[in-house]
Design a protein around this ligand. Structure first.
Ligand SMILES: N[C@@H](CCC(=O)N[C@@H](CS)C(=O)NCC(=O)O)C(=O)O
Length: 226
């Protein structure tokens, strides 16, 4: 599904109807990302929800491109590069940055509600951290060096967190926050990498994701993809 023009996907500048030589390049922040990355999906969805126009640039982290390394010495994505330069990372710092420049579009102002939103974001990101450990363990190590007990430990954390979310289902109000966006991005990554097995016995969470997508199709279009 093509990315809506408003969010300026990576190829939006090339597909502009205005010939390149006449186009006035509008200044806007860049988001360095990869389509499959869950943290990248979270920040792109959050920027879109907050109405912040950005240019998306796909980077291959394995190749350590200068654009990435110059803006994040850790060589990880996502990175937000503001007009004035100086990369902002990691994804939670980017979310806070987006929240500031959008006049609090991503978090409730009420202190208790904000803590709740930040906790949900941390839980969703924490699930992603465990998922990434599993993905990298298999991707980076030779088969005989994969340490199954380490993977099992990650899965017990993932299962516990998902079960917690089933027992304490997040609401899905009309005005969502960064915690909701983070959770949707995480569930999208889970399905992308490991299929929909996580949904078994977790219909509340499955329905939550479906309702999210129905209410925010423009954000669902930015979910992690192969
Ligand atoms: N805590 C970081 C995690 C970022 C992260 O691990 N990103 C992955 C892609 S999803 C990455 O860049 N991996 C390449 C690497 O670690 O070299 C965040 O929230 O941004």
């Amino acid at each position: 599904m093509p990315c809506p023009q408003r969010y300026i996907a990576c190829n939006a500048i090339e597909t502009s109807p205005i010939p390149e030589q006449f186009a006035v390049r509008q200044k806007m922040p860049k988001i360095l990302y990869s389509p499959a990355s869950p943290y990248s999906a979270k920040v792109r969805m959050a920027a879109a929800y907050a109405g912040i126009t950005y240019e998306s640039i796909i980077v291959q982290t394995t190749e350590d491109p200068a654009l990435l390394i110059d803006n994040n010495p850790l060589g990880k994505i996502p990175v937000l590069v503001p007009d004035e330069g100086g990369g902002v990372y990691d994804s939670r710092a980017i979310i806070q940055y987006l929240n500031r420049i959008s006049g609090s579009a991503l978090f409730p102002r009420n202190a208790a509600k904000r803590t709740e939103a930040e906790r949900l974001e941390a839980l969703a990101d924490g699930i992603c951290d465990c998922l990434l450990v599993c993905v990298y363990e298999r991707r980076m190590r030779p088969e005989e060096k994969v340490h199954q007990p380490w993977l099992d430990r990650q899965w017990s954390k993932i299962d516990r967190a998902l079960d917690y979310l089933v027992a304490n289902p997040p609401k899905l109000p009309k005005k969502i926050h960064a915690g909701h966006i983070a959770l949707r991005a995480t569930l999208g990554y889970l399905s992308l990498r490991f299929g929909d097995g996580w949904q078994r016995g977790r219909s509340k969470l499955t329905r939550w994701a479906k309702r999210f997508d129905e209410a925010h199709p423009e954000l669902a279009a930015l979910l992690p993809a192969a």
